[in-house]
Design a protein around this ligand. Structure first.
Ligand code: PAF
Length: 283
């Protein structure tokens, strides 16, 4: 498998592939790859000749330094996992912080029509400026035709679509369904850091989302939110940070349901020190 650590070498290689008429799919990741990432890679391979996977723990999107330090860095096993899918059709880009940021490890400041202030934006200061900074840079370096993002980070996906639109970038951003463990827990690199007891408690998150979806037909968003809060109060190992039902376009919390709008329920929960997020389509 070809692994690049320097953006210039990667860009030259991609220029040659493109000159040969190859289409490029791109999966940006922070590593600690799991089956959810592999499903994005497989989707990328089904729609492109070559798939580039970037593996980079981006310092500017962490509002919590301890989370950044503890974030799993597992390049060797990540590459081994990707090799089980394809040795020749996948390229890895694993840059250093210097290769991406030079000596200026700073986010750019962005505006995304207010999408950035809701949910994760309200709870994680500067997070989306960091995400948009790295994704914009990676898009410029990789110059892909299609880029794939999981819907677990639905707000991130909407913001990246907006980033591409506002900057008139020529990459097609494709959202992919959430990949779940058999017990329903949304796959995340953070799951490996859960204690045994927290891991056992965590499927309650998706179970609650599914019940919220059932209730959505007959109950108001306010009633459902109250019910979710009561349910989490009974869970000693899980601490609810937010549960919000929002319009998927604006990501603003629903006040009064409209049959013309599409809604999703979004949730963030602490299982011990580990923050988990998930969401579900409601209509
Ligand atoms: O979703 C992620 O893993 C990260 O936010 C991303 C898109 C790779 C940017 O660092």
């Amino acid at each position: 498998m070809k692994i690049f650590h320097k953006k210039t070498n990667l860009s030259h290689h991609i220029d040659r592939l493109k000159a040969d008429g190859k289409s490029i799919g791109f999966i940006p990741t922070m590593g600690a790859l799991h089956d959810g990432h592999l499903s994005l890679v497989n989707k990328g391979l089904s729609q492109n000749d070559i798939v580039v996977v970037s593996i980079f723990v981006n310092p500017t999107q962490f509002d919590n330094q301890e989370d950044l330090v503890k974030y799993p860095r597992t390049l060797k096993s990540d590459v081994e996992l990707l090799e089980t899918v394809s040795n020749v059709l996948i390229i890895v880009y694993a840059p250093s912080v210097k290769d991406i940021y030079d000596d200026n490890v700073q986010s750019q400041s962005f505006s995304f029509d207010g999408l950035e202030y809701e949910m994760e934006g309200a709870f994680r200061d500067g997070h989306f400026d960091g995400v948009a900074t790295i994704v914009k840079r990676l898009f410029e370096i990789v110059n892909a035709d299609n880029a794939y993002f999981g819907e677990k980070d639905f707000q991130q996906l909407q913001i990246i679509k907006k980033l591409v639109e506002l900057n008139k970038m020529h990459v097609n951003v494709i959202g992919c369904e959430i990949h779940r463990a058999e017990d329903g827990l949304a796959m995340s690199s953070r799951n490996t850091r859960l204690t045994k007891n927290h891991r056992a408690a965590a499927p309650f998150i998706y179970k609650t989302l599914k019940t919220a979806k059932k209730k959505f037909g007959t109950k108001s968003a306010k009633r459902i939110t109250e019910w979710v809060n009561l349910e989490f109060n009974k869970q000693p190992l899980l601490e609810l940070e937010y549960f919000i039902i929002s319009d998927v376009k604006t990501l603003k919390p629903v006040k009064r349901k409209s049959t013309k709008k599409i809604y999703r329920a979004f949730i963030a929960v602490y299982a011990g020190d580990i923050r988990l997020i998930d969401n579900i389509a409601l209509n």
